[in-house]
Design a protein around this ligand. Structure first.
Ligand SMILES: [Zn+2]
Length: 147
């Protein structure tokens, strides 16, 4: 069986170091990097088909799993929804806009860590911390439109 490696655009990406980048994994990673909108596996599959019509949903799942296992991509779960995938490895929160259904990354302010906001039990070591905010983006009235 021939598992040909591609000239993957990401082969010099330090996040992917040590992971065998097959053409499929490369295509899946490319999809995640193209639009940082936290797609589900099904959405990744729909997008990956454009560049690789022969890819299957099962392969997409396998690729996502490999990328998550390697720590190159984060799997995020929002309640009662399919898992979504995020290639942003910096500490960040997620804002779920319930009006449009979009999920955007919310960076932390400089010098702040999520764990700074919590009174942790002594000696606790955090392996995984997620913050999800739900709400709406309300149109901000412009200050200059008042007569
Ligand atoms: Zn994210």
């Amino acid at each position: 069986m021939e598992n040909k490696l591609t000239d993957c655009d990401h082969r010099h990406n330090p996040k992917l170091k040590g992971l065998r980048m097959t053409r499929q994994r490369c295509a899946v990673y490319q999809v995640l990097m193209a639009h940082r909108d936290h797609p589900t596996a099904g959405e990744v599959y729909d997008r990956a088909k454009h560049s690789m019509p022969t890819i299957s949903l099962a392969t997409v799942y396998n690729c996502l799993e490999a990328l998550v296992q390697h720590g190159a991509v984060r799997q995020v779960n929002f309640e009662r929804e399919s898992s979504r995938y995020c290639p942003n490895l910096t500490e960040h929160g997620h804002f779920h806009d319930e009006k449009s259904g979009t999920i955007i990354d919310v960076p932390l302010k400089k010098g702040i860590h999520l764990s700074d906001l919590l009174e942790l039990p002594a000696g606790a070591q955090i392996d995984n911390l997620e913050i999800t905010l739900r709400g709406k983006i309300i149109h901000q009235p412009s200050l200059t439109t008042h007569p």
